[in-house]
Design a protein around this ligand. Structure first.
Ligand code: SAM
Length: 271
């Protein structure tokens, strides 16, 4: 279920029906959800469900959900996507509650739909850690993932995060989506270094999604690089093993590298 309050048209008719028919709405902030319900004339009772009271509220919400419809709403976007709810859903399903979805907007999907980066595979990594070392460690874990990477970020931290992504991933194509579905919506594309430079001195305002394209294909090794890697490998490995190791390291077809390894071995023997 989903609704940035700034744009009330983003809620689906199905979600409005779910909210109107619920006996209770669990929400992050009753003031935020209250505005939404007030706009649509929905009078369903609300109960706060957030990180600080979740453990206490879960048994109560699940007991009620076993008998009556209970809805879960987040302040914006889709619940559970960098928002509370995962334990509630897991425990409710384990208790036998029939949990259904009322899909709506989520910033990560909205960003992917207009960034022009590959969408056949993507990895949503939520918010990166704030501390430099922890951030670099997470980025290093993601460096070889063959997919577009998606992060949530805040304006003040954007430039530092883009710089850390550039350092850990290389200068990949990327895009920054800001205030999506809202008045000042924008999607800016560029390499990670271009984007980091753009906001280095003036952090942007508003809510932000950062997308980074998949790893760039390694530049093909030159013939000289192949020969020198093979000569070195052949000093300690058999032809077949040397060819396999070098082919994998340089990203070249094994058959091609094997043929070249044989030729070098022959040349060395005859020369
Ligand atoms: N549950 C939400 C969703 O489905 O997108 C995300 C909640 S998370 C606590 C809030 C973060 O999502 C923001 O800090 C920002 O990074 C991102 N975000 C939310 N709304 C956005 C928007 N309209 N444009 C860009 N990013 C947004």
């Amino acid at each position: 279920m989903a609704t940035p309050i700034g744009n009330l048209m983003d809620i689906t008719a199905r979600a409005l029906l779910v909210l109107a028919r619920a006996s209770l709405i669990a929400c992050e902030d009753t003031r935020v959800t209250g505005k939404l319900l007030g706009h649509f004339g929905i009078v369903t009772r609300m109960l706060p469900y957030h990180d600080h009271n979740a453990g206490m509220m879960r048994p109560r919400l699940i007991a009620q959900a076993l008998n009556e419809p209970v809805a879960l709403v987040s302040d914006a976007g889709t619940p559970l996507i960098s928002d509370p709810g995962y334990k509630l859903v897991a425990e409710a399903r384990a208790a036998g509650v029939n949990v259904v979805t009322a899909p709506g907007p989520s910033a990560v999907i909205a960003a992917l739909s207009i960034a022009g980066l590959p969408t056949d595979r993507f990895l949503f990594a939520g918010f990166l850690p704030a501390r430099e070392k922890a951030k670099a460690d997470v980025i290093a874990e993601l460096a070889n993932v063959p997919a577009t990477l998606a992060f949530y970020e805040s304006g003040p931290r954007l430039a530092a995060t883009l710089t850390a992504l550039r350092a850990g991933l290389g200068d990949r194509p990327a895009a920054v989506g800001r205030e999506l579905t809202k008045k000042f919506e924008e999607m800016i594309s560029g390499t990670l270094s271009e984007l980091a430079a753009r906001w280095a001195d003036a952090p942007p305002k508003g809510e932000i999604v950062v997308l980074v394209g998949p790893p760039l294909p390694a530049p093909a090794a030159t013939a000289d690089e192949l020969d020198s890697a093979l000569r070195e490998a052949l000093t300690s490995l058999r032809v077949k093993d040397a060819a396999r190791a070098v082919a994998d390291r340089l990203g070249l077809p094994r058959a091609q590298v094997y043929a070249r390894a044989l030729a070098l071995k022959d040349a060395a023997r005859n020369g």
